[in-house]
Each structure stands twice: as structure tokens, then as C-alpha cells.
Design a protein around this ligand. Structure first.
Ligand code: ADP
Ligand code: MG
Length: 382
């Protein structure tokens, strides 16, 4: 495969913060970026050379986009596969149509992983009152009902703690959607691994990363994850094996639950940079964003072992409830780095930015990141 050299143009589908940070890393290496998003003034378009503003199913616009770039990649999964199919008639695409098709739908994803021998949280397909009864029988309660498609940050899912509740929630909210019933796991920890696979099959991994969610949204990610070496190496092995099995070129994030001390169950996968990997911008020789760009352009992968422990705290729109936070208050904490994504409107639950702290120990890094964020909640500009 021909290497795509700096000076060439890379196309990114999706205009969010992951696209923005991918673009910044690619531009540092000398690539030109063309974005594609339905959104005006997106986090990506603020930093890239050109943006095509059009819907993802506008195939004429996709064609023009593909003609302009040497490779097309994406920063979120809810892009119709037909857009990638159209683009790949003209140029290289990474991840593949197959990887996107599988990972954008929970039912397909979990079925694929099960069929290929990877350990997933027990689930059952639900698309009717009858299949719900079969699912309740097989999975039991407590459980989580999740739509098969279009979920992120906990959207499209409901916790149910009784069979009655499962029927009621399905009838009221999920009847028109294709979904799954999944066993609710009393996990000990959530961890993720971001595997990177190069164009010639070499693999490297970030993590495992320890993740804490609040209201189903990632709140705090830290490395090194406090899990034993066996769990750590098994998580890395599984993530790299899935990347190989899906023939990924680029990144593949795998989210796990650690249950019963040392058992790993896969929660979900994503063939793109991941929120839990943002620590790599400051803590690793190669960030997840640079690694993705290296992989899709056919460049050698970089080292991923962190220089230090690190913790990343997300900044959600809720922080803006009384106005713009006073950023200098956070930056007074030593070794804190601020990232803001350029989003104009701060809605509750919306990811607006993040803070990263590097330190000697996981606990110390967590304490610094949380202290810096707490100082923001207490402060306001003006
Ligand atoms: P999203 O696509 O919104 O990230 P996830 O399936 O990863 O959806 O769910 C978000 C979070 O909700 C998980 O990281 C976890 O904290 C919690 N969660 C989801 N499914 C389960 C489950 N089966 N058991 C326990 N917690 C769950
Ligand atoms: Mg998730």
C-alpha cells in the first residue's frame, strides 16, 4: 500500500472534538485536513483548512469530498455506511465499511464478538413483545434496555430493575426501536484499551485505562489502571485480537467491565479515537490522534508507553450553569492542561472540554485533575 505523505489531504467525517484533535495532530505532521459535517461552525471546522457542510447521505457531496482527499476517516460511528461505500469507490477509507457497519449497531457488534469467541455482557435481541419475554427469561433482571443503533453517552438506554418495569419501559419507549436487553453487571471497575493497528498489521495499545462514569457519561479516566497484570495483559490481548479480526487500520477502542475480581466482559467497541484516550496527548510519546493518523497514512506506529501516570476529567456543559468558568483557577494547579473544543452552546451533559493532569501515581493525578475541576465549579468570570 502506498504511504500517504505529509502534504497530502486527509478527509474526516464528523465535526466533533475527536475530529478536531485528529486534525490538530495531522496538521502538526504536515497533512492538510478537509472536514465533512452537517453542522456549521463545528469544533473540527474551526481548525481545519476546509469543511464541506452537508448531510451524510448527500452522496454527491460525499463524492466531491472523496475526490479531494487521499484517505477518508471518521470520528464517530453514526455515519451511514453508504457514505463510506461511495467514498471508497474513489479513495481509501479507514476504518472499513465492514468495521463501521458492525460497530455502529449494538446487536451486530455483540453478535459478531460472540460469534468470534470474545467475551461480551450477556444480551438478547428484542424487537417485539414476544422477544422481550424471551429476553427476560434468558437475561433476568436487573437489566439495561439499549437501542441497537444511535446511542452515545447513555442516550437510548434504560435501567430496569423488575420484569414489570422492563415491559413498561419497552412499551413506552422502545417499541418502535430495534433493541437489546442486556444483563446489568455489578462490575468492580470499567477499563478500556485503545488498540492501534498499522497498515502492515503491526499493533500497539494504549492502556488499560481506568474509567469512571457519572450518569452514563465518562467522568474521569486514569492510567495506569489499578488492575492486576493478568487482567491488564488480557485486556490488551483481547483489544488487539478484535482489531486484527476486524482488519482495522487505525484505532479500535474496547470498553470492558471487570467482574468477579479478574473476569473481563466487553461492553462496547469503537473504531476511532476515544474519550478515555485523551490523556495520551500529554502523557505518551505518541497521542492516540497521532497514532490514528500514522496508521491510516501507512506510516510506522509510535510508542504508547506513558511517561507518567495521568488523569483526565471531562468538562461538561453543566459547569457553565452560572456563566463561563474562570479557567485560570484550574491552571493554577500544577501540571494541569486545559482542552476546550470550541462549542458555542454549553448544554448540560454536553462534552465541552477536558483537563489532564500528569503525575507520579494514578491517585495523585486523579486528585490534581479533580481539584482543578472543583476550582472551576466554584469560579466564574466576571
Ligand atoms: P454509550 O454508547 O452511551 O457509551 P454504554 O453501553 O457504554 O453506552 O453505556 C454507558 C455506561 O453505562 C457504561 O460505561 C456503564 O457505566 C453503564 N452501563 C452500560 N451498560 C451496563 C450494564 N449492562 N451493566 C452495568 N452498567 C452498564
Ligand atoms: Mg460506552
Amino acid at each position: 500500500m502506498k504511504t500517504i505523505l505529509p502534504g497530502s489531504t486527509i478527509g474526516i467525517l464528523g465535526g466533533g472534538q475527536l475530529g478536531r484533535m485528529l486534525a490538530l495532530a495531522a496538521q502538526a505532521m504536515g497533512y492538510r485536513i478537509v472536514g465533512y459535517t452537517p453542522e456549521e461552525d463545528s469544533p473540527l471546522s474551526q481548525v481545519c483548512a476546509k469543511t464541506i457542510v452537508a448531510s451524510f447521505d448527500d452522496l454527491d457531496a460525499i463524492k466531491l469530498f472523496a475526490q479531494e482527499v487521499s484517505v477518508v476517516t471518521l470520528e464517530f460511528e453514526n455515519i451511514p455506511t453508504i457514505a463510506l461505500e461511495e467514498a471508497q469507490k474513489i479513495t481509501r477509507v479507514s476504518p472499513s465499511v465492514k468495521a463501521l457497519h458492525i460497530s455502529q449497531n449494538r446487536l451486530r457488534e455483540k453478535t459478531y464478538l460472540t460469534d468470534n469467541g470474545f467475551p461480551v455482557v450477556p444480551f438478547h435481541h428484542v424487537d417485539s413483545a414476544e422477544s422481550l419475554e424471551a429476553a427476560i427469561e434468558k437475561i433476568g433482571v436487573p437489566a439495561v434496555i439499549k437501542t441497537s443503533g444511535f446511542g452515545y453517552d447513555g442516550k437510548g438506554q434504560s435501567f430496569v430493575d423488575s420484569e414489570e418495569k422492563a415491559r413498561e419501559v419497552f412499551l413506552n419507549n422502545f417499541q418502535k426501536a430495534d433493541c437489546i436487553l442486556e444483563k446489568y453487571m455489578h462490575f468492580e471497575k470499567e477499563i478500556s484499551v485503545i488498540a492501534a493497528r498499522g497498515a502492515y498489521g503491526e499493533v500497539r495499545a494504549f492502556g488499560p485505562i481506568e474509567n469512571l462514569h457519572k450518569n452514563h457519561i465518562l467522568d474521569l479516566s486514569s492510567v495506569p489502571a489499578r488492575v492486576n497484570w493478568r487482567v491488564a495483559s488480557e485486556a490488551v490481548e483481547i483489544a488487539c485480537a478484535i482489531a486484527e479480526s476486524l482488519d482495522i487500520i487505525g484505532l479500535l477502542c474496547v470498553e470492558f467491565f471487570v467482574v468477579d475480581h479478574d473476569r473481563l466482559l466487553i461492553n462496547e467497541i469503537a473504531p476511532r479515537p476515544h474519550n478515555s484516550g485523551h490523556y495520551s496527548l500529554e502523557a505518551c510519546p505518541t497521542s492516540q490522534f497521532e497514532q490514528h493518523i500514522r496508521a491510516i497514512t501507512g506510516m510506522p506506529l509510535g510508542k504508547t508507553e506513558p511517561h507518567s501516570a495521568a488523569a483526565m476529567a471531562n468538562l461538561l456543559g453543566d459547569l457553565w450553569s452560572k456563566g463561563e468558568p474562570e479557567w485560570s483557577y484550574a491552571l493554577q494547579v500544577p501540571d494541569i492542561h486545559l482542552h476546550l473544543y470550541g462549542k458555542a452552546e454549553a448544554r448540560p451533559g454536553r462534552k465541552m472540554g477536558h483537563l489532564t493532569a500528569c503525575s507520579r501515581w494514578t491517585e495523585e493525578a486523579q486528585e490534581l485533575a479533580l481539584r482543578a475541576r472543583d476550582r472551576l465549579s466554584a469560579s466564574r468570570i466576571g
